[in-house]
Design a protein around this ligand. Structure first.
Ligand SMILES: *Cc1c(COP(=O)(O)O)cnc(C)c1O
Length: 381
């Protein structure tokens, strides 16, 4: 039976525990499982390979993303690392240039050393992706909306290019979550999540995931998952399962709060530019409307002038918005890419990519919007 998203968020993957009827999936804190006779077991032999709490989460994620198979990992980075092991020396990857810093580091500092080659292009124009594809291209790696400029990449357009090339299209869906965007429906082969963010939603767990439709691709990834061994423990899987039950409710509030904050910022005379895909003036607003069911709670903005000190003053002055890395939790966070997440990129390079010194990134939480606006009004002055 096919249910609507909120119903799936509450019920997906979770069934009453067969032994006790417990409505919540138990935390199966066990490393091994007793066999009746050699090879005679209940589908569980060792917890790196299979664990019932993880199975429930993997099923839940597959359902939410309209996929067939979910695979969970100790962190978001572990899921990308496992996916990258599908590649061989000489293979080429086309990736977005406005990329999560940890993914950029993994690709350039580790996988380039193993003979994999990467092109980083502005994917908000699919023509740039088409131009970067070579006969060796095995993977297109997209992330949308991007971090921190919130560009929106046309997933369906990239899927057409991937089909033509015969390569995989993988989409990092962390910023949107399956409540707002389901890339497999748009033709992607693999969806990746840092469940640390919106899926978990409470800033209390680090976990990663991949979701696919194809059985053969799932088999290869499950082999890599078990062989490389970066699997999450059952307690962490339980926390994400619990987070998912309110995903639809939280995302609704993140979206309305994101809108309220973006619209407030537009009226503040000290603000130069506001980045939020829901604004009709956003350069990719039409694509966002087509492929997203809401525009999310990530909002970036720049201040007038070019003084880094003006931005850092705002960051030290907020009381509700907490100065921290990460995103996607119920509590609002504020960050300064130039001195935090993107500090390792040389200043010239940052400016070239549109990352001004006064750029501030907000992960708008689920508090009352009036209080959040009041906090920003006071901090920006
Ligand atoms: C946080 C994040 C990651 C990495 O996930 P971890 O759980 O921190 O390892 C990857 N992509 C995006 C977009 C993220 O925000």
């Amino acid at each position: 039976m096919s249910h609507r998203f909120g119903t799936k968020a509450v019920h997906a993957g979770v069934e009453p525990d067969p032994t006790t009827g417990a409505i919540m999936t138990p935390i199966y804190q066990t490393s091994t499982y007793v066999q009746a006779a050699p090879g005679d077991h209940k589908g569980y032999e060792y917890s790196r390979t299979h664990n019932p709490t993880r199975t429930a989460l993997q099923k839940a994620l597959a359902t939410l993303e309209n996929g067939k198979h979910g695979l969970c990992f100790a962190t978001g980075m572990a899921s990308i690392d496992t996916l990258a092991k599908l590649l061989q020396p000489g293979d080429h990857v086309v990736s977005t240039n406005d990329l999560y810093g940890g993914t950029y580091r993994l690709f350039t500092k580790i996988y380039e050393g193993f003979g994999i080659r990467f092109s980083f292009v502005d994917m908000s124009d699919p023509a740039n992706v088409a131009a970067a594809i070579t006969p060796q291209t095995k993977l297109i790696w997209a992330e949308t909306p991007t971090n921190p400029l919130l560009k929106v990449i046309d997933i369906a357009a990239l899927a057409v290019l991937a089909r033509k090339q015969g390569c995989w299209l993988a989409v990092d869906n962390t910023f949107a979550s399956p409540a707002l965007q389901t890339p497999l429906d748009l033709g992607a082969d693999i969806v990746m999540h840092s469940a640390t963010k919106y899926l978990g939603g409470h800033s209390d767990v680090v976990l990663g995931a991949l979701v696919v439709k194809d059985d053969a691709l799932h088999e290869r990834l499950a082999f890599l998952q078990n062989s490389s061994g970066a699997t999450p423990g059952p307690m962490d899987c339980f926390l994400v399962l619990r987070g998912i039950k309110t995903l639809h409710l939280r995302m609704e509030r993140h979206c309305t709060n994101g809108k309220a904050i973006a619209e407030y910022l537009l009226t503040n005379p000290k603000v130069e530019r506001v980045y939020w895909p829901g604004l009709p003036t956003h350069p990719n607003h039409e694509v966002a409307k087509r492929q997203m069911r809401g525009f999310g709670g990530m909002v970036s903005f720049t201040l007038k002038g070019d003084q880094m000190a003006d931005a850092t003053r705002v960051l030290s002055n907020t009381k509700l918005f907490a100065l921290a890395e990460s995103l996607g939790g119920v509590e609002s966070l504020i960050g300064h890419p130039a001195s935090m997440t993107h500090a390792s990129i040389p200043r010239e390079e940052r400016l070239k990519n549109g990352l001004a010194d006064t750029l501030i990134r907000l992960s708008v939480g689920t508090e009352d919007p009036e209080d959040l606006i009041e906090d920003l009004r006071m901090a920006i002055g």
